[in-house]
Design a protein around this ligand. Structure first.
Ligand SMILES: NC(=O)c1ccc[n+]([C@@H]2O[C@H](COP(=O)([O-])OP(=O)(O)OC[C@H]3O[C@@H](n4cnc5c(N)ncnc54)[C@H](O)[C@@H]3O)[C@@H](O)[C@H]2O)c1
Length: 273
């Protein structure tokens, strides 16, 4: 497929090891130019270089996905630079290392954040980065896709959004699970609203993935805990970012043209709807 002059915006793609980073490189490999929207400026030069190795251009924009004005600016800069937006991947998210002050080196909380013990600030930031942000980005980008006669949107949900986050798990967060369930609802609603314009909207729901974030969690576990985590996966291992990005990339190109409103479970067999 020749995706020559096409353009994709990917949020949460600046950290090496992140799933957004794998998506950005996968799209560049398919021939797309990439706009990265992220708070992690130290990663900008590296992702620009990596995209350039595929002969494509990369524009990095410092943006907090929780800020609607930042996301409007990202869409405007993408159009000013490349003249079009064909795909949007909303990959930024998580329940820690999501605010400007701790995005570079935040760590998982020692106690699980549940839907009843979380503070107002935790609720706002976790729902903000995982759900509000997807709304802001889609609202900013969709008018440009409509003008371009179509587009592809892929949103990152989570296995937690499918079934809740077990409060006994080290990686559990109640508000995160709620927000990721909301992403599925938003995806299905947007799919219906945007189908007449030739815009597909789908979601991925990863299980345990060894991204930058996943690696940080895994490195805090002892060997017994790591083995127990792997044993909880029917495939007996955690997933790699590229095992998620391959589906996201396919959803952004010409390969899955009649799929919209779908949620792809990518979890080594841990959950299927
Ligand atoms: N890792 C997992 O096991 C897992 C499982 C299910 C779902 N997910 C979801 O997949 C997506 C990607 O996760 P990941 O593990 O690759 O995360 P990651 O932490 O490795 O990467 C997240 C990226 O988003 C950026 N970011 C964070 N907060 C931001 C903000 N407010 N504004 C702009 N950029 C911001 C970071 O700088 C980073 O580049 C997230 O939505 C996450 O919730 C992850």
């Amino acid at each position: 497929m020749d995706t020559g002059s096409r353009v994709a915006i990917v949020t949460g793609a600046a950290k090496p090891g992140s799933m957004g980073h794998a998506v950005a490189l996968g799209l560049a490999r398919e021939g797309m130019n990439v706009v990265v929207a992220d708070l992690y400026e130290p990663g900008f030069a590296q992702v620009e270089r990596a995209v350039a190795e595929f002969g494509r251009q990369c524009l990095c924009v410092r943006a907090d996905v929780m800020d609607p004005q930042d996301m409007n600016a990202v869409a405007e800069q993408a159009v000013a630079c490349f003249g079009r937006v064909d795909a949007l991947v909303n990959a930024a998210g998580g329940s820690w290392a999501i605010r400007p002050e701790d995005v570079a080196d935040g760590s998982p909380p020692e106690l699980a954040i549940t839907a009843v013990n979380c503070t107002d600030e935790q609720w706002r930031s976790i729902v903000g980065v995982n759900l509000d942000a997807v709304f802001y980005a889609c609202r900013a980008v969709v008018p440009h896709m409509i003008r371009g006669n179509g587009g592809r949107i892929v949103n990152f949900s989570s296995m937690a959004g499918r079934k809740g986050g077990h409060p006994g798990s080290v990686i559990s967060s109640g508000p995160y699970a709620v927000a990721k369930a909301g992403v599925i609802g938003l995806t299905k609603q947007l799919a219906l609203e945007l189908a007449p314009y030739g815009i597909t909207v789908n979601a991925v729901a990863p299980g345990i993935i060894a991204s930058w974030r996943g690696q940080k969690v895994l490195s805090g576990l002892d060997e017994r805990q790591r083995q127990a985590m792997a044993a909880g996966v029917p495939m007996r291992r955690v997933g790699q970012p590229e095992e998620v990005s391959e589906i996201v990339v396919a959803l952004c190109t010409d390969e899955l043209t009649y799929v919209t409103g779908a949620v792809f479970d990518i979890n080594g067999g841990m959950y299927s709807a």
